[in-house]
Design a protein around this ligand. Structure first.
Ligand SMILES: [Zn+2]
Length: 163
């Protein structure tokens, strides 16, 4: 067992990784996991807002914001430079919008984690949303929705999320 803030982290005996929980002054909760035997590093940001929070008349807003965040930030304004950075350093990235949360994540070769994390964090600190990317992603989100609306598994997921 390891102490993490006010939580005790319980892990299997054969799990050699180290865990630590940190809560920042802005209330952001962080779970750090250290595994010196891996050559990859990864991060995930989970925001407790999903499609159930979409205001009436703006259905798809959470999903749209999920798409928009990965374009550019004030610090890294070149569109898609985040994805390019990850690809060049053995990494990848993805995100999803669920009913009650939106999740963003990436992995990258461990030596490049610090800059990758800074690029990732800037999307949440000062994102850049150009009018050009905005209209592109409105269309992308709309076509994704039109494709998924016919799939029963998505409706099941929404129904089960209500309980
Ligand atoms: Zn999408």
């Amino acid at each position: 067992m390891e102490q993490g803030g006010d939580l005790t982290i319980v892990k299997p005996l054969n799990d050699k990784r180290e865990y630590k929980r940190v809560v920042l002054p802005n209330a952001l909760q962080i779970l750090l996991i250290s595994d010196p035997d891996t050559d990859k590093a990864a991060a995930s940001m989970d925001v407790s807002v999903g499609s159930f929070s979409d205001p009436e008349g703006l259905e798809g807003l959470a999903h749209f914001l999920e798409h928009m965040l990965f374009y550019a930030s004030e610090k890294y304004p070149l569109e898609d430079s985040y994805m390019q950075y990850l690809t060049e350093h053995g990494g990848r990235s993805n995100a999803f919008t669920d009913s009650e949360c939106t999740n963003f994540h990436f992995d990258v070769n461990a030596d490049y984690f610090e800059e990758a994390l800074d690029r990732f964090a800037q999307f949440f600190i000062r994102p850049l949303m150009s009018p050009d990317a905005t209209s592109r992603e409105i269309n992308a989100v709309d076509s994704e929705n039109n494709k998924n609306i016919l799939v029963d598994a998505w409706r099941w997921n929404q129904v089960w999320s209500k309980f």
